[in-house]
Design a protein around this ligand. Structure first.
Ligand code: ADP
Ligand code: GLC
Length: 479
């Protein structure tokens, strides 16, 4: 049994902005099922403190010189019972609005201190100076918010936990003014190009990539892609140099949370044996969203952050002829204000054909996944992507671009065992042609049903991938 600390900035169902929250809930649970002593560490945002029951104080200590004491609370995750440590520092984490941003969409200016503190506490839990009677052997860090953990472990010297740096998205790097290193107590001698420095700044993500014992990304294809300029976001040189310590493991999905046969957000359930019942969800969704209620109309679904990464500007470009030929579109998302505005305009222009919900709505995300006929995910890059897997699992074949985890998880319908519709060129024309092809297949019930069933029968659970993580931890600990 290995003592694993899973340090993360979000976890479902306590706090979520994207796929990291889903992975932070389901991977630790899968590792626990494999007999591991895995514990979460996360910031004590108000939402987290409010949702977690039976919290106990495990320790109170000060993280950085001159700072007031913080508390480490212990509790259990709802549903899975995975132990969780909460960093209770109300002046940093109990704020209205998002975990990283305030309500106008700007980043909290003290993010370096907030996540530097989280990283430092994770490193403490993996060192002899642990403030509790438990010391991690392996720290699993996730994205830039915990990128300083390997650097702090390195600086601590002595025997300490090994670290695995998981990259869920290399575009988010946590690069800040170099002056922060003083307040964050990072030794000055680590500020150089083979250390925490990146183009004159302090980079949280680069620190993790540099000092971690192993780097893992959330799909094998993305692990290759980030070694090249186009998708490396400036980290490609370092990643290429460290490629013998870099690998990719495809995410799985939580099959209890995302299961059309038992989904708590659906009124009518279905599985591959009663697939016809999926139509009930479609009709209910059309009604709820003010779309023309018609069983025959192909309904396209999108649930996404509305950002450049997700390629949703391409969809805006290529959509009008598809709508004219009779398709409907249901969008749920938020993000870039310009994208939000353009999508809202589209909905106004095509009442009854297009529905756009701006916001974050967990129940609706499940209802779109179940009620749509075809799910759209034309990402420019996609480290893994969970929605295409939810789509396949719900008999809603996805249209995806061949990149990152989309390439690794979706089999093109032109091939034996196809589960979705795949295109290569990141352009509106290729997307349009592929959606057209998907709609043609939809209108041929036998073909479409075969694609749906292939997707629903595919094993997208965590079992295999969690075992791969375990093998990776063991190899890292042996080194
Ligand atoms: P990413 O993490 O890049 O946003 P993923 O596909 O890995 O993409 O995961 C996104 C997760 O966030 C999924 O669980 C998806 O359902 C959810 N999600 C994204 N946008 C919304 C939204 N507006 N409302 C509800 N859930 C959303
Ligand atoms: C990131 C990526 C997404 C991935 C998720 C979970 O948000 O953008 O592709 O699925 O992390 O690993």
């Amino acid at each position: 049994m290995t003592r694993i600390l899973f340090a993360t900035s979000e976890v479902h169902p306590l706090i979520k902005t994207g796929g990291l929250a889903d992975v932070s809930a389901s991977l630790p649970a899968a590792l626990q099922a494999l007999g591991q002593d895995v514990r979460l560490l996360l910031p004590g945002y108000s939402q987290v403190l409010d949702s977690l029951k039976a919290k106990k104080v495990a320790a109170a200590f000060s993280v950085f010189a001159g700072q007031p004491k913080v508390r480490l609370l212990t509790a259990k995750m709802p549903d899975t019972g995975v132990p969780v440590y909460v960093l209770d520092a109300p002046e940093y984490f109990c704020r209205v609005a998002g975990p990283y941003q305030y309500h106008l969409g700007g980043d909290w200016p003290d993010n370096p201190m907030r996540f530097g503190m989280l990283s430092k506490v994770a490193a403490l839990l993996g060192s002899a100076a642990s403030p509790i009677d438990w010391q991690a052997e392996l720290a699993h860090c996730n994205d830039w918010q915990t990128g300083l953990v390997p650097a702090y472990l390195h600086a601590a010297g002595g025997t300490h936990a090994k670290s695995v740096m998981a990259v869920h998205n290399i575009a988010f790097q946590g690069n800040f003014d170099r002056d922060w290193i003083k307040a964050l107590e990072i030794p000055q001698q680590m500020f150089h190009m083979h250390g925490v420095e990146f183009h004159g700044n302090l980079s949280f993500l680069k620190s993790g990539l540099q000092y971690a014992d192993h780097i893992v990304t959330v799909s094998p294809t993305y692990a290759h892609e980030i070694q090249a300029t186009e998708m490396g976001y400036g980290m490609q040189g370092l990643l290429t140099a460290r490629k013998s310590h870099l690998s990719g493991i495809l995410n799985g999905i939580d099959e209890d949370e995302w299961n059309p046969a038992s989904d708590k957000h659906l009124a009518v359930h279905y599985d591959e044996n009663v697939l016809a019942q999926k139509t009930q969800g479609k009709l209910a969704l059309q009604k709820r969203l003010g779309l023309e209620v018609n069983e025959q109309t192909p309904l396209l679904g999108v649930v996404s952050r509305l950002t450049y990464q997700k390629g949703l500007d391409l969809l805006l470009e290529c959509l009008p002829p598809l709508l004219e030929s009779g398709a409907q579109l249901a969008v749920l998302g938020n993000g870039d204000p310009e994208f939000e505005r353009r999508y809202q305009k589209l909905a106004q222009r095509h009442g009854g054909r297009v529905s756009v919900t701006i916001g974050f709505d967990e129940p609706l995300s499940h209802q779109i996944m179940a009620g749509a006929d075809i799910f759209l995910m034309p990402s420019r890059f996609e480290p893994c992507g969970l929605n295409q897997m939810y789509g396949m699992h719900y008999g809603t074949p996805p249209v995806v671009r061949r990149t990152g985890g989309l390439a690794d998880s979706v089999v093109n319908a032109s091939l034996e065992g196809g589960t979705g519709f795949v295109f290569d060129d990141p352009g509106a024309q290729a997307l349009q042609q592929t959606i057209k092809w998907a709609i043609e297949c939809y209108r041929d019930p036998n073909t479409f049903r075969r694609i749906q069933l292939n997707g629903m029968r595919r094993d997208v659970g965590w079992r295999h991938s969690a075992q791969r993580y375990l093998d990776l931890y063991n190899k890292t600990l042996e080194r």
